[in-house]
Design a protein around this ligand. Structure first.
Ligand code: C5J
Length: 223
């Protein structure tokens, strides 16, 4: 066992044992972060999310250096769309729907170029990559089993988008007993006001879903 570390965070200090903590990178995919993908087809300005890449790359490097478990997720669907309910397909009024052909391949389809993780944060050998059909990382995936098998009890959560897949995953995780720290500059939203409020919602009411800290505060704790 390693010594617990403490991060200055909201609403109060977050203490974690690196041996039982995973850094989770949610859906840092070309389809959300680059032009021509799902995010842009929904009418969003993808440049809004790109400020997360640099701080997250620094956190990823530091996590790897200290041997923290690193887990990536990718939102996406099977090529035959059998895991895509109409309740998801028909959301959003997009110009391109999930499964349609776009400049980076079929939108949010597993195996397509646009559905994969951006080069800057490419998974390293041995890091689990969880393919998920929903917003939350636990729904219809092996994520929970991977965490249990590795004895993980705390999650440092990053990725996009803050109010959608990050929030859903943090809520699912908290209900399952995981302590979640969300890194404020390593999560991104297409809507600045959603970003601010989504982070406040996590730390409000004594940390109803978890804790919030900056990447700098987290890196200070790891140093
Ligand atoms: C969305 C996500 N926003 N990864 N997905 O549809 O947040």
């Amino acid at each position: 066992p390693t010594a617990p570390l403490t991060v200055s965070a909201r609403p109060y200090e977050y203490t974690f044992d690196p041996a039982t903590t995973a850094l989770v990178l949610i859906d840092m995919q070309r389809d959300f972060l680059e032009p021509g993908g799902f995010g842009e087809s929904l009418g969003n300005d993808v440049s809004q999310l790109r400020s997360t890449i640099e701080p997250l790359a620094a956190v990823l490097a530091a996590a790897r250096a200290v041997g923290l478990t690193v887990i990536h997720t990718r939102e996406g669907h099977l090529p035959d769309l059998s895991d895509l309910p109409p309740a998801k397909l028909n959301r959003g009024g997009a110009t391109l729907k999930i499964g349609d052909g776009g400049p980076k391949g079929r939108i949010l389809i597993r195996g397509e170029y646009g559905q994969d993780i951006i080069d800057e944060l490419a998974p390293a050998e041995g890091e689990p990559v969880i393919d998920k059909p929903g917003k939350g990382a636990f729904y219809a995936t092996e994520f929970g089993d991977v965490l249990k098998a590795r004895g993980i009890t705390s999650l440092v959560v990053t990725g996009v988008t803050t109010e959608v897949c990050v929030h859903t995953t943090v809520r699912e995780a908290n209900d399952r007993g995981y302590e979640c720290l969300v890194l404020s500059d390593c999560v991104g939203s297409y809507f600045p006001e959603f970003q601010r409020v989504a982070l406040e919602m996590i730390a409000a009411q004594g940390g109803i879903f978890g804790w919030v800290a900056s990447s700098e505060q987290f890196l200070d704790a790891l140093a």
